[in-house]
Ligand binder design. Structure first.
Ligand SMILES: [Zn+2]
Length: 235
């Protein structure tokens, strides 16, 4: 279950699946990335709260995963960050699916847009946890944050069919009306994780482009803003 909390009085969203783990999703209350404004004050707030500097990345809708090393704080062309040994990171989102993975002081933040979802980045992240730490999917907890919903996310037939190839259940997360095609990226990533043996997953109900969520988060499709909300994790 997701619930609202605050970081120094700024509203954030958290999941009770990760109780005891320092993690949250920022809202419009605490933007960490903007194309137009300087957000260093908000970043400073959070780093002060966490007691350390955060790593971040340049997402490119690929499936490249970087393991954070102690002397590097920015990772180019990377859509998943792997953290251990008390490190902290944030990643920015504006409709795509934010995923936080955690097990025993090892964690990941994963960026799942349609391209990353088609490349099964969620599953590649699990493979990496197994390869580097011997962590099995059944032990990993995954929290899927707010992202654009099915009704708000129309795609082309080719994208629809490409994404259908990535899951066993070809109906959940897919909707077709007349000649229009819609996909639910949160659901498709959820299905990929389930198909790979993850048992503990919490999915955020908010859409970034409609309902209550559109006033809490940023949507590239809905408002074409250069602002982003962020997923934050400290292991
Ligand atoms: Zn929506």
């Amino acid at each position: 279950m997701f619930y609202f909390s605050n970081v120094d009085g700024k509203k954030v969203l958290k999941s009770d699946l990760l109780t005891g783990v320092e993690h949250f999703f920022t809202t419009r209350d605490c933007c960490l990335f903007s194309k137009d404004k300087d957000m260093s004050e908000n970043r400073f707030f959070i780093e002060k709260y966490l007691g350390q500097r955060m790593v971040t990345n340049q997402p490119v809708h690929g499936s490249h995963i970087e393991k954070i090393v102690s002397d590097k704080f920015f990772y180019e062309e990377t859509d998943a960050l792997l953290l251990d040994e008390g490190k902290a990171a944030f990643m920015n989102f504006g409709d795509c699916v934010p995923m936080i993975y955690y097990y025993n002081h090892v964690g990941m933040i994963v960026h799942g847009g349609w391209r990353g979802t088609a490349l099964k980045i969620a599953v590649k992240a699990l493979d990496r946890l197994k390869a580097d730490y011997g962590i099995m999917p059944c032990d990993v907890k995954v929290v899927i944050g707010s992202a654009i919903c099915c009704e708000c996310y129309e795609v082309g037939e080719d994208v629809f069919e490409t994404l259908q190839q990535t899951v066993r259940d070809k109906s959940a997360g897919f909707y077709k009306a007349d000649d229009k095609y819609f996909v639910d990226l949160k659901e498709i990533n959820y299905q990929q994780l389930k198909n790979s043996g993850v048992e503990q997953i919490d999915v955020c109900p908010y859409c970034t482009a409609c309902g209550e969520g559109k006033d809490l988060f940023y949507s590239y499709r809905h408002s074409h803003t250069g602002d982003r909300h962020s997923a934050v994790l400290k292991v």
